[in-house]
Design a protein around this ligand. Structure first.
Ligand code: 13P
Length: 346
């Protein structure tokens, strides 16, 4: 394969960033909810939806004592990377001081795909080269782009899969050109009543298309992080599989579609409860860790943040209690990377 000069130049930098992110078997914390998503979660928890409350909440996260024991990198949203802590320290700098590498979500959201009812295409390629350069100056060393694939009647279509993996490949190329590690996230949603087998088939199809596209776009597979969904039945499905069944289906699916040269798989939690997400990650590592070519980690948002958000309720008096919950969930997930997590020790 012909590798473009800029990939070669950045190859070591990308590898080093990935090694640092996951050194000591840590994972990532996604705290990059868009304003709309963050407001939705605040509304559900009875928290006022203002720019200042979002800033306070993000400060609560980045100032959690000891978070770097289990979190190597945190993904910020555009609004947050431009905000400061109450002491006037930029959020990215506060993370670096806490021993956590800052990352940035660079897609501008999944929009309805014209001509394909029920399907979405993620936007954000226009001006991305310039935005990556600006984020790099603000301290970001890795980035995230999320594509969403919905399972339903006659969907996903091949057109939506192709459009989404094409955008992911062009995003990954721009990131690698900039020396920023791309997190490539093709999320097959849990929404719906599909079976685990349907999720398996769609996830496999999406990943095979994705890696074909990444290959065609000369992407350095050793210089990216894959952030997939676990293989799991839809939330509304009457039959939910056991923890071990999900672990086995997920591993089988990834083994059939993800090249061994990808260094790390960092799962999204996708709406699973914090308990289910950590139990699945634990079972994957406990049962298969020694037989997998990639490190298997996490890049959770809800499965780490939700208990802390619910306990904070927007009140200063609850910050310490919320931080303890955040710390504990991050710790449990790091333990699951070794396959030694136990619900009883939480
Ligand atoms: P969840 O873990 O809540 O799915 O979020 C991960 C994420 O970053 C989605 O893009």
């Amino acid at each position: 394969m012909v590798i473009s000069t800029f990939y070669k130049m950045n190859q070591q930098l990308l590898k080093d960033t990935i090694a640092q992110l996951f050194a000591g078997n840590k994972g990532l914390l996604a705290m990059d909810e868009s304003t709309g998503t963050c407001n939705k979660r605040f509304a559900a928890a009875g928290i006022p939806q203002s720019i200042e409350m979002r800033r306070k909440y993000r400060e609560l996260i980045v100032s959690t004592p000891g978070l770097n024991e289990s979190i190597g990198g945190a993904i910020l949203f555009d609004e947050t990377i431009r905000q400061q802590t109450s002491e006037g320290i930029p959020m990215a700098e506060a993370l670096i001081k806490a021993g956590i590498i800052p990352g940035i979500k660079v897609d501008t959201g999944a929009k309805p795909m014209a001509g394909f009812p029920g399907e979405k295409i993620t936007e954000g390629l226009d001006g991305l080269r310039e935005r990556l350069a600006a984020y790099k100056l603000m301290g970001a060393r890795f980035a995230k782009w999320r594509a969403v694939i919905t399972i339903g009647a006659y969907i996903p279509t091949i057109a939506s899969i192709k459009a989404n993996v094409h955008a992911l490949a062009r995003y990954a190329a721009l990131c690698q050109e900039a020396g920023i590690v791309p997190i490539v996230e093709p999320e097959v949603l849990m929404t719906g009543n599909h079976t685990m087998q349907q999720c398996y088939e769609v996830t496999e199809q999406v990943l095979k298309n994705l890696f074909n596209e990444l290959y065609q776009f000369n992407i350095d597979l050793e210089g990216l992080i894959l952030k997939p969904n676990m293989v799991i039945a839809g939330i509304e499905s009457a039959h939910q599989n056991s923890i071990d069944e999900v672990a086995t289906a997920t591993v089988d699916c990834l083994r059939s579609s993800v090249p061994a040269s990808v260094p790390v798989i960092a799962f999204l939690s996708g709406g699973q409860s914090p308990e289910d997400a950590v139990a699945h990650l634990n079972a994957i590592n406990k049962n298969y860790r020694h037989h997998l070519p990639w490190m298997v980690s996490f890049s959770f948002a809800r499965a780490i943040q939700q208990p802390a958000l619910d306990s904070w309720k927007g009140q200063d008096a609850n910050v310490e209690a919320a931080q303890k919950l955040l710390y504990a969930r991050a710790k449990s997930n790091a333990a699951a990377m070794h396959g030694v997590y136990s619900a009883f020790s939480e």
